[in-house]
Design a protein around this ligand. Structure first.
Ligand SMILES: Nc1ncnc2c1ncn2[C@@H]1O[C@H](COP(=O)(O)OP(=O)(O)OP(=O)(O)O)[C@@H](O)[C@H]1O
Ligand SMILES: [Zn+2]
Length: 448
């Protein structure tokens, strides 16, 4: 028995020794690539490879081999500064590849914190980053990928008051945000500061990508239309989709963010305008796996931002322009009078004593995810379809009709539409929606 115990102890010791040796080996390999091993082969060297240190040649050799990049291109990448706005679905993959490629300085802006629902696609954040600042979490991950580059996190909202000052320190901006006011701001910013902008978007199974504000040189005019040329007036707030409301498949922003990084690399190494997505837009459809490139409308000769008659010389208030708030993506509407609203707590009490017709106006997919017991699903768009009359008839015969949605906005829209036809109907909407239900009544109910 003693012999077995002794042998087991010896095995444990040997395992520990082996672990230490392996760690030493890893450390030695790491040192070989670290800055301390910065054995620079300068231009004076008889080996004509430009100004790139040995470690960089070894580290970036697979992309230096590409004729489009080469040693000169790598030098440019290593002295470039890129600002990434948004450390979400697009910002994560875009910055991973730019850090990997050895971009000298990466700035990453995001005012938000990591939510558990972000992690399926926002690949720089892990479970242990939950509730951490996204900009900081992203910066930490990027430094782990490449310790030879400088990464600056900005844990702030990128807005007119700070945008020009921050952007002026960079050679390129990458739009990885998800809201219209910021898109207008970044487009104007790119024209004002003459810093080109690579703009991407992804929603559901689709994504898009283009370059705005590209110039052959700083003194030349920008080529291709700007965002304002294409969309002189902002779309109505209700028409703009979001990942939180419409969903997104993780690999879709993954693909678009990666392609944003590719366009960034090409632009920084000096590829021609014709090779870049200037005046063209790439559209990816993950549903049937197609990539299309469409030619964009030419510059608007009367554009307020980028034409010869431009009136916008400094950034303005984009939330006013878009009649929506960029920060509060899940804007709280106030359509119904208080008499037609019911709080989650009141509804929970009322359900114990009275019969109700609970109409859930979310999509079928959302309803299948979670719903209140005995509620029926009537997706909002059906209110504009042929089943509307049937619904009205149903409501006429009910004394307690409650409209329900995720946050209490669509439910108000639905109730309001019915009240226009049936002004005396006994209709209320669940104020704050199922989020409020989860917070006030049933903590087991999922918040998404
Ligand atoms: N003006 C801005 N300044 C700083 N960060 C911004 C700004 N506008 C948007 N962002 C950030 O851009 C990122 C966009 O990421 P993404 O489209 O994946 O959406 P999300 O807000 O993280 O997720 P979800 O929509 O699912 O809640 C977000 O992290 C958001 O905080
Ligand atoms: Zn324009």
């Amino acid at each position: 028995m003693d012999l077995i115990q002794n042998l087991e102890l010896e095995i444990l010791e040997l395992r520990e020794m082996l672990k230490n040796k392996e760690e030493d080996l890893r450390e030695a390999k790491r040192n070989k690539f670290s800055k301390s091993y910065d054995n620079v082969i300068g231009t004076k060297s008889n080996i004509n490879i430009g100004n790139i240190p040995k470690w960089a040649i070894e580290r970036y050799s697979r992309q230096i081999l590409l004729p489009d990049i080469g040693v000169m291109g790598q030098e440019k990448l290593m002295s470039s500064k890129v600002l990434i706005v948004g450390a979400g679905g697009l910002g994560c993959p875009a910055s991973v590849y730019l850090a990997g490629a050895g971009i000298g300085e990466i700035g990453i802006v995001d005012y938000d914190t990591v939510d558990i629902s972000n992690i399926h696609r926002q690949i720089l954040h892990t479970e242990s980053d939950w509730c951490k600042s996204k900009a900081k979490s992203a910066a930490e991950s990027l430094r782990r990928i490449n310790s030879n580059i400088k990464v600056t996190p900005y844990t702030i909202e990128f807005k007119p008051e700070n945008a020009v000052q921050i952007a002026s320190n960079y050679d390129l901006i990458i739009d990885c945000t998800d809201n219209v006011p910021t898109r207008y701001m970044l487009s104007d910013l790119s024209i004002i500061t003459k810093v080109p902008l690579i703009s991407g978007s992804a929603l559901k199974m689709e994504g898009q990508l283009t370059i705005y504000g590209y110039r052959e040189s700083r003194n030349e005019k920008s080529s291709g239309p700007c965002y304002r040329c294409l969309f002189p007036t902002p779309p109505p707030a209700a028409a703009v989709g979001s990942c939180s409301a419409n969903g997104v498949a993780g690999p879709v922003p993954g693909a678009i963010g990666s392609l944003q990084a590719l366009e960034a690399i090409k632009l920084l190494v000096g590829r021609n305008r014709e090779n870049l997505l200037v005046g063209r837009m790439l559209i990816f459809d993950g549903e049937d796996m197609t990539f299309r490139t469409v030619k964009l409308r030419p510059k608007n000769p009367k554009c307020e931002s980028c034409s010869d008659h431009a009136t916008i010389k400094q950034l303005t208030n984009y939330e006013v322009l878009c009649k929506m708030q960029s920060k509060e993506k899940d804007l709280d509407l106030n359509i119904l009078p208080q008499s037609h609203r019911i709080s989650a707590t009141e509804l929970s009490k009322s359900l114990n004593t009275q019969r109700h017709l609970l109409i859930d106006v979310r999509s079928e997919a959302e309803y299948n995810m979670c719903h209140l017991e005995d509620s029926v699903n009537y997706p909002l768009e059906q209110l504009y379809g042929e089943k509307f009359d049937l619904l009205v008839e149903n409501i006429k015969n009910n004394d307690n009709v409650i409209f329900i949605c995720r946050r209490g906005n669509d439910s108000q829209i639905a109730a309001d539409k019915i009240l226009k036809v049936l002004p005396d109907a006994k209709i209320k909407d669940l104020s704050g929606g199922l989020h409020a239900w989860a917070e006030q009544v049933d903590r087991r109910f999922p918040i998404y």
